[in-house]
Design a binder for this molecule. Structure first.
Ligand code: 2PG
Ligand code: MG
Length: 437
């Protein structure tokens, strides 16, 4: 048995030039686990809360208190614990924090420590993290959803819709899906330049959205797919993250770019019109987190042919997912470890999704680092899908390139999830059972 000898926090930097928390766990054997907490911009009100220093320094985003908690209180509480017992470690973190949304010690502190514990356990077992997580279960290489154009809170609200993504379930491999996406991304860049609009990129690496309407962005994406030599809806499909909580409240949706306000029905009509006209396979957060009715009606109308994802609304929370399942509010859930705050709660959310018959997408945040823990979670837990932002910028490519390597390593053992990852497909063999990791 290996036990925790020391836990240490460190202030490092994320892709938005903001400080974030790195945790390092050293075991009595000398083995080390290390992980970095990511950070969201379009956050759900129910998710674990990052502890930020506030004030004026570094825009109030500094994390010195959260880092201090890791090195003092958390270190003292976890020393001597069995590294194999992730559930007990996470329970102790939750009890130590003592608040419903982890606001005392910080969701950022807890996420980093919980993920570091997972890495330390894998290091102690001398296996890659995904192997440690898989426990002999059959694996799939996840289907990626990849951003081509940014928007919403990740691009100064230059367009209302947050993510214009592509997904390639018809690809024969992950590597092929990436190649198709790369062609589309480059074609979109060429088209933006031709319009005189290649001004740069948004938070997650997608092209900066210089458009007059949301539909203009969709049209450009269609043309990019075609100009890359693909047929939209065959080789390449469209996925959207509406992130409607950012502009919707009390059943009203303010499309700032187009200067109009829609009610719930108007919003549904707009989205259903897009689904008719564009090869959209997946829609995330089509309604705001305070609008379960909008979600339910939308899922009832299009859930048979489109993946409807709850993100801000479900916040990687098992109880919320179970409730959403009962009212058939969505058919897919986003899984973000730092929304839950610990690995054990993240896995519970994934299990709740499985029980509900929902598909699942392990997701990065808009503020990211080189940390690739979510790649191991997606593969080891056989989540089926992954979303990491665009195909550009190192904090994104760190994850994609790790998956390229894994697909190669696991050739013959793991197949590319492709269509099987989408809702309505039979549950994958080897779905996680109720155990800590
Ligand atoms: C989302 C994520 C990632 P953020 O809404 O799905 O795209 O954004 O991390 O800002 O919540
Ligand atoms: Mg989202």
């Amino acid at each position: 048995m290996s036990t925790i000898a020391r836990v240490r926090g460190r202030r490092v930097w994320d892709s938005r030039a903001r400080p974030t928390v790195e945790a390092e766990i050293v075991l009595d054997t000398g083995a080390i686990g290390r992980a970095i907490a990511p950070a969201g911009a379009s956050t759900g009100s129910g998710e674990a809360v990052d502890l930020r220093d506030g004030g004026t320094r570094l825009g109030g985003h500094d994390v010195t208190h959260a880092v201090h908690h890791v090195t003092t209180e958390i270190d003292a509480a976890l020393r001597g614990m069995d590294i194999r017992d992730q559930a007990a470690i996470d329970r102790r973190l939750i009890e130590l924090d003592g608040t419903p949304q982890k606001s005392r010690l910080g969701g950022n502190a807890l996420t980093a420590v919980s993920m570091a514990a997972l890495h330390a356990a894998a290091a102690a077992a001398r296996v890659p993290l995904y192997v440690h997580l898989a426990r002999g279960r059959k694996l799939r290489i996840p289907l990626p959803e990849i951003q081509i154009l940014g928007g919403g809170a990740h691009a100064d609200r230059r367009v209302d819709i947050q993510d214009f993504l592509v997904t390639c379930p018809s690809a024969s491999s992950f590597a092929e899906a990436m190649e198709r996406t790369g062609e589309v991304y480059l074609a979109a860049g060429r088209l933006m330049r031709e319009r005189g609009h290649a001004y740069g990129i948004a938070d997650e690496g997608g092209w900066w959205p210089a458009f007059d309407t949301n539909e203009e962005a969709l049209d450009l994406l269609m043309r990019a797919i075609e100009s890359a030599g693909y047929t939209p809806g065959q080789e390449v499909h469209i996925a959207l993250d509406i992130a409607a909580s950012e502009f919707g409240r009390d059943g009203r949706y303010k499309l700032g770019l187009e200067g109009r306000e829609l009610d719930r029905d108007g919003m549904a009509e707009l989205l259903m019109g897009w689904i008719e006209r564009y090869p959209i396979l997946s829609v995330e957060d089509p309604f705001a987190e305070d609008d379960p009715d909008g979600f339910c009606r939308f899922t009832a109308a299009v859930g048979g042919r489109v993946q409807v994802i709850g993100d801000d609304f479900l916040v990687t929370n098992a109880a919320r997912i179970a409730k959403a399942a009962a009212s058939r509010l969505a058919n897919c859930v986003l899984i973000k470890p730092n929304q839950a705050g610990t690995i054990t709660e993240t896995l519970a959310a994934l299990e709740a999704a499985r029980t509900a018959g929902f598909a699942a997408i392990v997701s990065a945040r808009s503020g990211e680092t080189e940390d690739t823990t979510i790649v191991d979670l997606a593969v080891g837990w056989n989540a089926g899908q992954i979303k990491v932002g665009s195909i550009a910028r190192g904090e994104r490519t760190a994850k994609w390139n790790a998956l390229i390597r894994l697909e190669e390593t696991l050739a013959g053992e793991a197949t590319f999830a492709g269509w099987s990852a989408l809702p309505g497909s039979p549950a994958p063999a080897g779905a996680p059972e109720s155990q800590a990791t």
